[in-house]
Design a protein. Structure first.
Length: 555
């Protein structure tokens, strides 16, 4: 397929995948992607929020409240003729000093033996050419670069490591890259660079961008030690001088969240934010806050918070048996607290994620425009981490702007069986007819592995026609990936921005909260909706929120 003739494919109700070329690494296809990104970003197409370039496709994220998939498709097709790859700038050349082998590159010796070269020859081959940065993804700032010399092309490890140190240089297949943060990984580890590929305290935080070129330069272990960062621990949390709450117990996974930080997906940084944005919005409205003010998001077992002064809270979302001083308190209601009052949670009764709003919002410094916590990137919230015993929290305001409640008859569903709408694609054709039928006709449930990154679903195995992997492609929360084993995985708020498994469908944004709040054993069913009608889900949800009528809470 000529790279000038793209295919436009759906990714839920707010994504268009513009795909150039076939399923192979191609400089021409990637140049077409980057040229189109340049036009789209420059022309500020109506309703478009951000773009994410990958090897052979451009993911265009749009707001279904401001535009439609049809309008975005039409605008993109009109933009393609104006996207000239020959007009792209050459891109920066970035040198990456690397200490090869030893403790920094534990796979160098075995890789050399596998390809029949000396270690010195492997290093010479790896440093002997310039690499194109095709895309960023997997983790914040992770550069997918290529292509490697044929002599160095080896498959990924059969069993990925559970831990790869940050700044490790690695390769797999035709690709090479650098792990910006410590993470699991299945690539072969050659060495380590002293350069920070991702640094949330730096402006800009990301060393590389798609379209750049990189060259590895061998350095000694001694030079590495001299140049490596002295301290790579995250920034300390913002300890308030006059706290409103003392965290006596942090709970299993309690973080500060708002609506997240859009606009950084192209750098491998997910939007993050609340798993159930509707519950967060309502919690804030109950106290007279702005809808997206930062609040606590927690799951069972929940936190134990002690009020350090008179204040208030509003608890929404999952029913985790909240109590104050041992007495049960209602959800979806603003609750005044006196100094010394203890808010804690008990056995979960329904749902997965609860929200605790405070007057004005949690007072933590914004990071890249948001207070949302992204733990994997040490970013946002309370020092980029979960709350821990002994932490201190401050509110943006001393007193609530209101004390309201949401009547039981209009409270949104949380937990239990649900049917969610999904748009088939973008890789629906990679799956058998039986797999597509099973997705839409049978039932699923969150499995053991369900967190802010993704939910693995128990249910029927979804079979592929032949290929179970593809070049890493754009992802968004709600996308349903299916690896070779056939188990569906729903990408969640902290999920990767790109991935190499085919996506059979994507859940519309308004319904993703229903899956996020489902517990193990809750039945989840999928109903297909047409791409050109999917934007109606967001508009219906917005109208429902606008129609909510809150009541004054009583003591």
């Amino acid at each position: 397929m000529p790279v000038t003739t793209p295919r436009l494919l759906p990714l839920g109700d707010c994504g268009v995948v513009v795909e150039f070329g076939g399923d192979e690494i191609s400089d021409a296809a990637n140049a077409a992607v980057l040229a189109l990104r340049r036009v789209v970003d420059a022309e500020h197409l109506p309703g478009v929020v951000e773009t994410l370039p990958t090897y052979r496709s451009l993911l265009v994220v749009f707001d279904p409240l401001r535009t439609t998939a049809g309008a975005v498709r039409e605008a993109l097709l009109a933009a393609v003729p104006r996207a000239d790859p020959s007009s792209l700038p050459a891109g920066r050349v970035v040198e990456l000093p690397t200490a090869y082998g030893g403790v920094h590159g534990p796979d160098l010796a075995s890789l050399a033996a596998e390809v029949g070269l000396t270690e010195e020859a492997v290093v010479a081959a790896h440093t002997g050419r310039e690499y194109r940065v095709y895309m960023l993804g997997f983790s914040p700032g992770f550069p997918y670069m290529g292509t490697l010399p044929e002599t160095l092309r080896v498959p990924r490890l059969r069993s990925p490591r559970t831990y790869v140190p940050q700044r490790t240089v690695a390769l797999a297949g035709q690709q090479t890259g650098v792990y910006p943060v410590a993470s699991p990984g299945g690539w072969r580890l050659l060495g380590r660079t002293p350069l920070r590929i991702y640094d949330p305290t730096r402006e800009p935080p990301f060393l590389l961008d798609a379209g750049d070129r990189a060259r590895f330069v061998a350095i000694s272990a001694r030079e590495y030690d001299l140049r490596a960062p002295a301290d790579e621990s995250p920034a300390p949390p913002p300890v308030p001088a006059s706290p409103d709450f003392v965290v006596e117990r942090g709970g299993l996974w309690t973080t500060v969240q708002d609506f997240g930080r859009p606009g950084y997906r192209r750098f491998g940084l997910p939007q993050s934010g609340a798993m159930d944005p509707l519950s967060l919005r309502i919690a804030n409205l109950l106290l007279g806050n702005s809808p997206g003010a930062a609040a606590l998001e927690c799951t069972a077992p929940g936190p134990r918070l002690v009020a350090a002064r008179r204040t208030a809270v509003a608890i929404t979302g999952a029913d985790l048996s909240p109590s104050v001083n041992g007495r049960p308190v209602p959800g979806w209601t603003a609750i005044p607290l006196r100094e010394g009052d203890v808010l804690e949670f008990g056995a979960p009764r329904a749902g997965q994620w609860a929200y605790v709003a405070v007057p004005g919002g949690i007072d933590v410094p914004p990071a890249l425009g948001s207070r949302a916590t992204y733990v994997r990137g040490d970013l946002g919230g309370y020092g980029g981490r979960r709350l821990a015993d002994g932490d201190l929290l401050a509110c943006e305001r001393r007193a609530p702007g209101a004390l309201l409640r949401l009547p039981a008859r209009v409270r949104p569903p949380v937990g239990g069986a649900c049917t969610v709408r999904a748009v088939l694609g973008p890789q629906e054709s990679y799956f058998t007819d039986a797999a597509v039928g099973a997705l839409l006709e049978q039932q699923f449930s969150p499995g053991v592995h369900a967190d802010r990154v993704g939910y693995r679903l128990d249910g029927p195995q979804l079979g592929h026609r032949s290929v179970a992997e593809l070049l890493s492609d754009g992802l968004m929360p709600g996308a349903i990936q299916v690896p070779s084993g056939g188990q569906a995985i729903v990408i969640m708020a902290d999920g990767p921005t790109a991935g190499g498994y085919p996506k059979i469908a994507a859940i519309v944004r308004a319904d993703l909260r229903l899956v996020a709040q489902a517990r193990r054993g809750d039945v989840v069913r999928f109903r297909a909706v047409r791409w050109d009608e999917a934007h109606l889900a967001a508009r219906e949800a917005a109208a429902a929120v606008a129609s909510l009528r809150l009541e004054r809470a009583t003591d």
